[in-house]
Design a protein around this ligand. Sequence first.
Ligand code: CS2
Ligand code: MG
Length: 402
Amino acid sequence: MKITDARVIVCSPGRNFVTLKLVTEDGVSGLGDATVNGRELAVASYLTDHVVPLLIGRDARRIEDTWQYLYKGAYWRRGPITMAAIGAVDTALWDIRGKSLDTPVYQLLGGASRDAVLVYGHANGATIEETVAAVARYVKLGYTAVRAQCGIPGLAQAYGVGRGDRYYEPAEQGMPPEHLWSSERYLGFVPTLFTRLRAEFGDELHFLHDVHHRLTPIEAARLGKALEPYHLFWLEDPVPAELQEGFRLIRQHTTTPLAVGEVFNTVYDCHRLIEEQLIDYIRATVVHAGGISHLRKIAALAELYHVRTGCHGATDLSPVCMAAALHFDLSVHNFGIQEYMTHTAETDRVFPHSYRFEAGVMHPGDAPGLGVDIDEALAARYPYERAYLPTTRKLDGTVHSW
Ligand code: CS2
Ligand code: MG
């Protein structure tokens, strides 16, 4: 089953996506998401200029061998661009394999370990009361897990809060906007948000919160401790995750569950966090962590140490990634939860898919392969437009993690 064609499709139906399409001599095609938000063309070039020539003529059934060939054969290993490119190839090959065997990918991963996949949605508001109203909307939609983000009094912007009626979307066209940040104001405010949310919604609803890499370990320990009365499902990205041992300090002070990993791209970024049980959920996902094949290896290590999966699922991960993640989620034993930010209507039109949401859970569907496609003609009507993630500075002007 030789690969005879490989195309990199860059489009922007509401936001930029990079999609790899592989086609075999039998006419079977497969898709992989290769989107790295704010650096999309770097991955498109890595694929087009360096990887695609290596794929033509390869046997599409040799998924593991192709992964190792692209990883070890590049000499320069790891990193978000390389691993998103390898991830896209890997995902497309699983898609092809499923289609060629007329079976959904989750059946190739060991079958379903659960009936459906628990997901969480993103509620946010400029004020506590707006956030309460947003959470109520998600509860009405049937969500049993909701991430809550809120504006911080005295700060013009806060992570995860949309502007006006605009759905929260991380990338912006033009030059990177600069947001001001104050950890002190944030730390003093967030516990009041969850006091109000628990008072409004009681104890059963799962609440999640994303710190988005902005605290020091001792600040994160303080926040985790302050949030213990509200028993969050998880506190995400409490600190920049390059310093894995930094989590030891947080762990010493709080029982609030910790989640990290959406920026990780191989098991090497997180094996210490997992082996020392410094986290409770690993957020790595298909598009950024080397595809389904490598994500399974990360999950297998995590299973040994009581760490569960919590795949990233923001709008800058395309429906191709969401479909692949749901096949992985349905099958993996130590599943925790799946993030689900709904895409724009135009994105869903460009990427028709079989996955469905209902009553707080999702299922990838039983279409052969991943159950997602790309309408290339429609995609061409949404040309790429450079966009950047915001940057952040402290009140004194010092650059900070966004
Ligand atoms: C966020 C992401 O969904 C999340 O947990 O951390 O929205 C993140 O900001 C974007 O994926 C960055 O591109
Ligand atoms: Mg996050």
